[in-house]
Design a protein around this ligand. Structure first.
Ligand code: 13P
Length: 249
């Protein structure tokens, strides 16, 4: 019923040449994968060289961030209209690295979600707790408040364009993955919350990705969980071979 998505977040890696080479290597490896949606999320600078390569392929294009205004005096920012113009189908919003290092607030993320949807781009809205928060038993409070604040004021129709990504911060880039059971528990909590905020129908249709040290070796166990609908892959998406193995979980 829910179509899985495997997305590769390249973060601040790859020059334009490296991005082109990776996509050229990747496309033949995944061309027969019809069981899920696939996306690569390169840095802004590589979007325009990667976009034409992905046209007519089974791999969508995503961006890593956007502003909430269409245009304006916002030096260094990129608008959702610009991303739509490049053919971006997805944009990650509220990645923990944006929340942590760039102090992006819930209020901003809420505006960004609305703006991306307005321009026809599906936001991949990231949520997740820090290690100390999990250890202090604050998982539900933290993730619950991220979800509520991010989605504040969004209609059910708007929400239907959002993909959620649960990424426990302690599992990102650390090699420490949440066990499939821990991830499942978190995803179930988020889906329950969506049912309260919207409806069970919407909750059951919501795509919830897992992210945090996803590798070819652990994807199968994660995808076997009933509430895990795909993965947001960092490090292991940089190499075409390893990303293609994850896609073929
Ligand atoms: P890693 O897969 O490198 O842990 O990164 C996860 C992530 O942050 C994806 O957005």
């Amino acid at each position: 019923m829910r179509r899985p998505l495997i997305a590769g977040n390249w973060k601040m890696y790859k020059t334009t040449t490296e991005a082109v080479v990776t996509v050229q290597q990747l496309l033949p490896l995944i061309k027969n994968a019809a069981h899920c949606d696939i996306a690569v999320i390169p840095p802004f600078t590589a979007l325009s060289v990667v976009a034409p390569l992905l046209r007519d392929s089974n791999c969508g294009l995503g961006a890593q961030n956007c502003h909430y205004e269409k245009e304006g005096a916002f030096t260094g920012e990129i608008s959702p209209a610009m991303l739509a113009d490049l053919g971006c189908r997805y944009v990650t919003i509220g990645h923990s690295e944006r929340r942590q290092y760039f102090k992006e607030s819930d209020e901003w993320l809420n505006k960004k979600l609305k703006a991306a949807i307005h321009y026809g781009i599906s936001p991949i809205f990231c949520i997740g707790e820090l290690l100390e928060q999990r250890e202090a038993g604050q998982f539900q409070t933290v993730v619950g408040s991220q979800v509520r604040a991010g989605l504040a004021g969004l209609t059910g129709e708007e929400f239907s364009h959002i993909i959620l990504a649960y990424e426990p911060v302690w599992a990102i880039g650390t090699g420490r993955t949440a066990t499939p059971e821990m991830a499942q528990q978190a995803h179930q909590f988020v889906r329950n919350l969506i049912s309260q905020l919207y409806s069970w129908d919407q909750a059951n249709r919501a795509i919830i990705l897992y992210g945090g040290s996803v590798k070819p070796e652990n994807i199968t166990g994660l995808m076997a969980q009933p509430d895990i609908d795909g993965a947001l892959v960092g490090g292991a998406s940089l190499d075409a071979q390893s990303f293609s193995r994850i896609v073929k979980y």
